[in-house]
Design a protein around this ligand. Structure first.
Ligand SMILES: Cc1cc2nc3c(=O)[nH]c(=O)nc-3n(C[C@H](O)[C@H](O)[C@H](O)COP(=O)(O)OP(=O)(O)OC[C@H]3O[C@@H](n4cnc5c(N)ncnc54)[C@H](O)[C@@H]3O)c2cc1C
Length: 341
């Protein structure tokens, strides 16, 4: 009989990150599909509030490894905590979120427990007692379904694959003691350097993906380049809508070619075959031609629209739901004006 353990860590505020709540839905559904017992294992400085926030998930036990030593992401202490939770629970399947903190430690935990690991899953089902895990391969072009007999089987769930669990209450938390030796505490986190929330333009949870293409940096009808106007239009739109910013390869490559660039663009923004494959309900491409190597990165974008001067651009070849044949400088300036009203 399988036993499922959902594992998660708290964030700086003591809450569970969104990806953890999504992963709990996956673990809960899996336990229900198998008729198996579900347990929860939490790691953090203080996990009581996090346990209460998911108290109604139907778990038979809420286990916690907590204290100052477990506040921050550190491989040695996180691995020790998760190993202890795995052993204490007697779980055969351990499901955790593919957050940066757990993605790096859960494969090592599988090794310590003598089990197997599969990462970044986008689906998890149980049919007639057999667990099937779904993940993408070859830069999200092929979907594979796999199952294993090795136990414990450690699984990490990719963000955006399940609806986040909701169901607070009052959980009875059982403390699992973990003694860390000096070697486990050699690394200390002295602080976190992160850009201000508004400077961070890659926003995976945004409703809308706004893609800027190389056209923003090209000579316009008056024979001039208008980078300052482009910057104002793009940042104004992002500020008003809190959309996530994407780019074509041509635009982010321009900096390497010595041409004038938009300073807030980096290769991390690139969407496409050699770029990212973001997931957003809607997408708007501007000054981007819609070539196939770019558009393959749009496979998980729901409703697609594009603004391009060229009625024969790639978006018109069945790649967008709506193509506005128009000057993106004028369209985005007008949209920003309307958003400001
Ligand atoms: C192996 C391989 C992998 C690749 N991987 C990727 C990838 O991961 N991502 C990616 O993006 N590309 C990738 N490419 C490159 C891709 O084929 C295109 O070259 C690139 O996407 C073009 O970028 P663009 O549309 O921004 O630029 P351009 O092709 O230069 O298009 C600019 C567009 O802006 C429009 N425009 C100009 N001014 C305005 C205006 N005022 N209003 C409206 N429209 C305007 C023009 O009409 C034009 O359509 C790859 C290519 C190869 C061969």
């Amino acid at each position: 009989m399988e036993k499922i353990l959902f594992v998660a860590h708290t964030d700086a505020s003591g809450a569970l990150p969104r990806n953890a709540l999504e992963t709990l839905t996956a673990a809960k559904d899996l336990a229900a599909g198998l008729g198996a017992e579900l347990a929860v294992g939490l790691v953090g400085a203080d996990v009581a509030a996090a346990a209460d926030s998911i108290a109604a998930c139907g778990a038979s036990a809420f286990l916690g490894v907590s204290g100052p030593d477990f506040a921050d992401s550190r491989y040695s202490s996180d691995a020790a905590a998760l190993e202890a939770l795995g052993k204490n629970s007697g779980a055969t399947i351990i499901v955790g979120p593919a957050t940066s903190r757990f993605a790096r430690v859960l494969p090592g935990v599988a090794q310590r427990l003598g089990g197997a690991v599969d990462t970044q899953l986008a689906g998890l089902t149980a049919t007639n007692g057999t667990v099937s895990a779904v993940r993408w391969f070859y830069r999200q072009r092929m979907e594979g379904t796999l199952s294993r007999t090795a136990r414990p089987w450690v699984l990490t769930i990719a963000p955006g694959s399940f609806a986040p669990f909701e169901g607070a209450g009052s959980a009875t938390l059982e403390n699992v003691g973990v003694d860390l030796d000096a070697a486990c505490k050699r690394t200390t986190v002295v602080g976190i350097e992160a850009p201000a929330a508004d400077a961070q333009t890659i926003r995976p949870d945004a409703e809308l993906l706004f893609v800027a293409g190389a056209g923003w940096t090209k000579k316009q009808a008056d024979g001039q380049v208008h980078l300052d106007v482009a910057e104002k239009c793009i940042l104004g739109f992002l500020d008003a809508t809190k959309a996530s910013l994407g780019s074509s390869k041509s635009l982010v490559d321009i900096s390497g070619e010595g041409q004038k660039v938009l300073p807030f663009m980096s290769h991390l923004h690139q969407v496409g075959q050699t770029g990212a494959t973001p997931r957003h309900p809607k997408g708007l491409a501007t000054c981007c031609h819609g070539e196939e190597p770019h558009v393959v990165g749009w496979r998980f974008i729901g409703e697609r629209r594009a603004v391009n001067l060229d009625a024969g651009c790639g978006w018109a070849q069945g790649k967008a739901d709506v193509l506005y044949v128009a000057d993106a400088f004028a369209v985005v300036a007008k949209v920003n004006e309307l958003l400001a009203e």
